[in-house]
Design a protein around this ligand. Sequence first.
Ligand SMILES: NC(=O)c1ccc[n+]([C@@H]2O[C@H](COP(=O)([O-])OP(=O)(O)OC[C@H]3O[C@@H](n4cnc5c(N)ncnc54)[C@H](OP(=O)(O)O)[C@@H]3O)[C@@H](O)[C@H]2O)c1
Length: 287
Amino acid sequence: MKIGFVGAGKAGSTLGKYMVEHQACVSGYYSRSRASAIEAAEFTHTSYFETLEEVLEESDALFLTVPDGAIENVWKSLQQYPLTGKLICHCSGAMNSAVFSGISQMGAFGYSIHPLFAIHSRLQSYREFSQAYITMEGSMEYLEFWKKFFSDMGNPVRIIDSGQKVLYHGAAVAASNLVVGLFETAARMLMRCGFDRESGEKALLPLFLNNCRNIADSGVEGALTGPAERADEQTIRRHLAVLSEEEKEIYLPLTKAAAEIAQRKHPDRDYKELFALIIEMQEKGWV
Ligand SMILES: NC(=O)c1ccc[n+]([C@@H]2O[C@H](COP(=O)([O-])OP(=O)(O)OC[C@H]3O[C@@H](n4cnc5c(N)ncnc54)[C@H](OP(=O)(O)O)[C@@H]3O)[C@@H](O)[C@H]2O)c1
């Protein structure tokens, strides 16, 4: 199976390099700019192509590693060429394979294959890519092939329901980008206490990093500490008295989730007062 890439950015370069390192057959790259395609081809020791038609001709499977907004247009451009037997994949988290409308009538097979991974660097991310959890959905014909392809390279793989992709991607954003937003919220609260940004971020970092490690080692129940776990409704009430309206809107639903984890962790402990406080605040419209 010869695999070609349309889009020589972070995902395309990383996937291609990773595949080559695992002895997969990568034909090479076509991209919007010739320079990107050449750079990715040199990086992966593969070829670059001047046209979409050439990369298609030289590949059995194509990964459209272009921005989500460009996938449909690249698909439309591909449809002017013979596609019988070709496997067409994209890597979007939120979109499913239905974007390849009419693909089965053209005798081709469509897939969304999404790495649950922050690919931050075109040239470095491939080194850590074996940690990436891969989810996929699409035509039945080659789904098991793709599953085995990535499993054999050492990645955990899961086939997911195409109707759940948006929710699935929401979960990925919550565990990734929104954690950055939460860290920023905490840093701003420390800045209101007189910290400058740099010292505030530095002060919060051990809390943040140890929590991530504790979740990895012991799961959310093992990692949870703090007033919600202790059912310390008084402290939470005092926090709410000093938080801004916007901070309360962040703090309360997360405290509710923490209290639910705490209740699972300590089924014998009494969290009634804490949940009553949360309901009281919900009724005030804060959750
Ligand atoms: N980065 C991540 O963390 C990550 C993780 C999982 C999934 N993904 C998915 O991977 C896909 C690509 O994301 P990315 O982060 O790799 O983006 P990126 O770094 O911006 O790369 C996109 C590449 O596509 C090229 N391109 C844009 N429009 C094109 C077109 N019409 N025809 C051909 N090439 C075109 C770009 O052009 P140039 O030729 O000008 O360079 C660029 O090289 C997206 O679907 C994204 O959701 C990304």
